[in-house]
Write a protein that binds this ligand. Structure first.
Ligand code: G4P
Length: 306
């Protein structure tokens, strides 16, 4: 079942962000390094391009991501005009401390000693915006939590002399174009819990892990990945971890939560759900499926006409 999630308060967040964009110099877009494109809200690029604002693209949680995939994503983004990509961990103070200087390089016209550099943090829920904000300000200003969209209000704060930082709430977009993106977002907990079925999301995640990180699965759960597909992986994890319902059957919901949590916490190891290459393949396959569905519909209509 395709996953969509665009709660009402996010439409008003978009309007406020569009207004705020007029009065800032650099967008700091926070994405999840494990799924940088899937966790990049296309509305942010749209708003930014409309106002011609440069972007510091942060691939956050890079401590949890596959370093090779992160390298490939940085090369991918650094080829885009007006974009500078950096892999960081918002929990690492030294890495966070580099951010204002990087923003300054992106807006040299503000560097004449009179105009403040105005930065704005944007991103979808749960990518680490509040953690970053707190680290930049060296104090706790916004509630940090694992529940998506916990940051509610937009606020502008002074970040030392000549620098301001505007915080925006986690923002999704109205229609997720590719089903795989919905699953990647749900696996990484960017999408509200009530909007997804953990079992389906865990099977999707399991299939990626089996294809790309079989050794990490084998090490964590002492299983043979070569003989498993997504559903069988979930059953095996459930059996190994004693996930049983009353009567002795397997509790697959519980098994799903274990697999998802192990991925989210990094307990499985450093994992990326997409690379520029796998993303290009995913998009090509989805577009081909769409084209063939359209061709079938057209053929069916032609048959009806005859
Ligand atoms: P948001 O404002 O964008 O919604 O995200 P927030 O900062 O609340 O971060 C969401 C979760 O991601 C938090 O986990 C936070 O600690 C974690 N996080 C943020 N940045 C990083 C990072 O660079 N690396 C890692 N490993 N985790 C990061 P939590 O489970 O709610 O809290 P905690 O127990 O980790 O503090």
């Amino acid at each position: 079942m395709p996953i969509q999630w665009f709660p009402g308060h996010m439409a008003s967040a978009r309007k406020k962000a569009a207004e705020a964009m007029a009065a800032i110099d650099v967008v700091i877009e926070v994405t999840d390094a494990r799924l940088p494109e899937a966790s990049s809200n296309p509305m942010i690029a749209e708003l930014r391009r409309f106002r011609n604002r440069p972007c510091l693209k942060l691939l956050n949680k890079s401590d949890l991501a596959d370093p090779l995939a992160t390298r490939a994503w940085m090369d991918f983004y650094n080829r885009q005009p007006g974009v500078r990509a950096v892999a960081i961990s918002a929990k690492n103070a030294t890495e966070v401390a580099r951010i204002p200087a990087l923003c300054r390089q992106l807006a040299p016209h503000r560097d004449d000693g009179t105009k403040p550099l105005r930065m704005m943090i944007m991103g979808i829920p749960n990518v680490g915006k509040s953690t970053l904000m707190n680290a930049l300000l060296k104090r706790k200003v916004a509630k940090v939590g694992d529940e998506p969209a916990v940051t509610k209000h937009q606020q502008t704060l002074d970040l030392g002399p000549g620098q301001t930082l505007t915080d925006t709430p986690g923002m999704m977009w109205p229609k997720i174009a590719y089903d795989a993106d919905g699953y990647m977002l749900a696996a990484s907990h960017a999408i509200g819990r009530n909007a997804v079925i953990d079992e389906e999301v865990a099977i999707f995640l399991g299939e990626i892990l089996l294809a790309r990180y079989p050794a990490l699965l084998a090490a964590r759960y002492r299983l043979d990945p070569a003989v498993l597909d997504g559903p069988a992986l979930l059953e095996t994890v459930g059996r190994k971890r004693g996930c049983l319902v009353k009567g002795g059957g397997l509790d697959l919901e519980k098994a799903a939560q274990i697999l998802l949590q192990d991925y989210r916490d990094g307990a499985l190891g450093r994992i990326s759900l997409e690379t520029p290459e796998t993303r290009a393949q995913m998009i090509a396959a989805a577009e081909a499926a769409r084209a063939s569905a359209v061709a079938e519909d057209t053929a069916a209509l032609d048959d009806e006409d005859e």
